[in-house]
Design a protein around this ligand. Structure first.
Ligand SMILES: *Cc1c(COP(=O)(O)O)cnc(C)c1O
Ligand SMILES: [Zn+2]
Length: 410
């Protein structure tokens, strides 16, 4: 690990590692429930020390991690495949398309990366209870890492979360508090809870190491791509922490002298949960009035990290796009059919957004594009089945099977 300080992304004040825990003590005071977080903290490494320790002949990626290795949970996360998607690329008119398949993390989503690092931090601090609000994936990830580490996870989720995610949380042995309300209600409640009762809060962006954990997806894309920066990375966005984390990966790589440029980031939101999209395109922040997309993992009224998500798009010369539930459903099937990758709706939204921005010309056929697939399709089977018809049963006789197949021309 390289020594670091925390920097406030709003006022620029800098703090010792153990001087702060969540938001900037000054800017965080202006935060109130129902607005994006103010004063999110960012890890700032000592890059001179980094350069002295970095050995290009045997890269130690843990140097980019702000918690000492000895505290890492016994629960390997990340290391997911980066695969070429030539058949999908052909359909989208892209010559160089790859998928980073983060649905293959142990609990089935990219959220494992953030939970891993926050649990490591909890071990360093001697905290045994970790609290989180989540649409479902952050919670199941935290429950999994806590199970492996013998820690207690206390989880606030909307009662309407997909059943597979609830099943994971319960079987991993976490304490589940289903909230009769939205994700935004759960987010506020969990912060009130840790303020009153203690424990370490893992809420996304509120705990700065959630950003650093998600950053590892960007570091891996760079390493797996032969230490080259793709032209475009496509990211599905709810609270905006994955987007910020991937941007931070390349900002760190540039500060370390390893990457010459930043990739352009494409932020994909649901039309029904588009607060960051509208903030980026209009410059004025307003909540998403009724976030009820079936892409539950990106359904949020008040994205906690809206401020930094917008900044990541500006700094990376990126852009944003909003897609409908129908477009997401079509993309989910297209992705599965052309690549063998079964993604949950939020993750498939990347492909819907990529298609739109290829058609608009913002992405060109020769761009080297990486689409980040953030969650596994088995996370929400009901959503996947909503777009297909399950065939009726066939009599257990060869002639009946032949008759049915002849009808569909096989
Ligand atoms: C959480 C999540 C996202 C969005 O991440 P944010 O950091 O909230 O923007 C996208 N896809 C999946 C599958 C997720 O679980
Ligand atoms: Zn500040």
């Amino acid at each position: 690990m390289i020594p670091f300080r925390y920097t406030c992304t709003l006022c620029g004040r800098s703090f010792e590692r153990d001087e702060v825990r969540y938001l900037c003590p000054v800017c965080g005071r202006t935060y109130a429930p129902g607005m994006p977080l103010q004063g999110v903290l960012e890890v700032a490494f000592d890059w001179e020390l980094f350069r002295a320790r970095w050995d290009p002949s045997s890269p130690d990626w843990d140097l980019f991690m702000p918690v000492e290795k000895e505290y890492f949970p016994p629960f390997p996360v990340g290391g997911t495949p980066l695969l070429r998607a030539d058949r999908l690329g052909q359909e989208l008119d892209l010559r160089d398309l790859s998928l980073k398949n983060d649905g293959l993390n142990p609990s089935g989503s990219l959220k494992d990366r953030a939970s891993f690092l926050v649990v490591a931090e909890a071990s360093r601090l001697g905290e045994n209870r970790i609290v989180a609000a989540s649409t479902g994936n952050a919670a199941s990830a935290l429950a999994a890492v806590c199970a492996a580490s013998g820690k207690q996870a206390l989880i606030f989720v909307p009662a309407a979360a997909p059943r597979a995610k609830l099943a994971q949380i319960l079987l991993y042995g976490a304490t589940l508090v289903p909230i009769d309300g939205s994700y935004d209600d759960a987010f506020r409640l969990s912060m009130e809870f840790t303020e009153a009762e203690g424990g370490l809060n893992r809420n996304t962006a509120y705990h700065p190491l959630t950003i650093e954990g998600k950053k590892t997806a960007g570091l891996e894309i760079f390493a797996q791509n032969g230490m080259k920066v793709p032209d475009v990375i496509v990211i599905p966005v709810g609270d905006g922490v994955i987007l910020h984390g991937v941007h931070k990966a390349f900002a760190d790589l540039r500060a370390a002298g390893l990457a010459p440029v930043l990739p352009r980031l494409l932020c994909v939101q649901s039309e029904r949960s588009d607060a960051i999209h509208r903030y980026f395109t209009s410059g004025t922040y307003a909540d998403a009035p009724s976030p009820d997309t079936f892409a539950d993992s990106i359904s949020v009224r008040t994205p906690s990290n809206a401020v930094m998500a917008r900044r990541a798009l500006l700094e990376s010369r990126g852009t944003s796009v909003a897609v409908s539930d129908d477009e997401i459903r079509t993309a989910q099937a297209q992705l599965a059919r052309t690549t063998g990758v079964f993604a949950e709706p939020a993750a498939a939204a990347t492909i819907a957004g990529l298609r739109k921005m290829r058609e608009s010309g913002w992405v060109s056929p020769d761009d080297h594009v990486v689409a980040l697939i953030t969650g596994h399709g088995l996370k929400d089977v009901d959503a996947a089945l909503s777009g297909v018809a399950v065939p009726s049963p066939v009599a257990p006789e060869l002639s009946a099977v032949q008759a049915v197949l002849a009808k569909c021309g096989q």
